[in-house]
Unconditional design. Sequence first.
Length: 325
Amino acid sequence: MIGFSRGLVASLGLCALGAAWGQSSQVQISGLLDMGIYRDFKGTAQLGTIQRSHLTFSGSEDLGGGLQATFRLSHRLDLDTGLNEGFGQKPFWHGESTVGLRGDWGHVRMGRALSALWAHDWKFDPWGHVNRVASSAWYQWFYYAPTDRVSNNGYPEFGRTPNGIFYDSPTLGGYTLHLSGSPEPTLGAGGGKPYAASLEYAQGPLSGLLAADRNGSGDRALFGAVKYRLGVTTLMASTDDSRRAQGQGRSRVLSVGATHKLSAQTTLRAGVGRQKLDGDTHLFCSLGADHALSGRTTLYLSVGHRRPDHKGGSTSLGAGMSHAF
């Protein structure tokens, strides 16, 4: 009986310790599942992801004294096949794979993640830089400045810096500084070390972003954007200038867009992008509508029209469903 009592006390003590430990650590599973039917710009019918599908594990641990340990693992996939996004070209943890520390001084992460430019530019596109039917940003922005020319198993990566260090400052007076870079030189042409910086402003109805990004091959991108909210309507405009190293190419883009909440459930979207690509002008116009069935599930329609310089245009149409969790 005495042995049983001691065992019970020990078990209760371990449970209490586990509960206390669990209170200081949080782990979340989240993601977005997207599937649609669309006709691409070549006129081919497709069933697949129009936006981006991902599964994310993230968490933090309270270390005391206002300090937290953080981690984030994000996998991207195509729902129509269940395959890793990019037909196996991209890493499994393509979205992000970082561990870091957060305190009153800001947040530092190490691993693979969006650069200081790409982590925030999407806020100034009506489709969040992810819709392959309607987003001009998807096709036009940073045309000559991938974050790494070879990190996707020899293919370019537009967005993420591998072997990177990432810093987000505290927000002061509406301003937040973001920095990213790598101590390792990039493989292939150039062999330099990538770096990026952005200054973000967000206060009240006004927000803006100024950013610069240089990859390890010497390609550069400059970006500026502004957004203003007028009640249920949000207006946005942006410009970017991307240049290939050694003067091998230049792309300049001016984009304008808007979103308008028609009701609590329905949002209308519109955008126009004008790209000056090595002397040629390319236009991209788009319209769309989202209808929220709930706080997590949305049905949407998207239309995009591309018109290359001195050539006939092409149109893409799509309808899909996304579910966030």
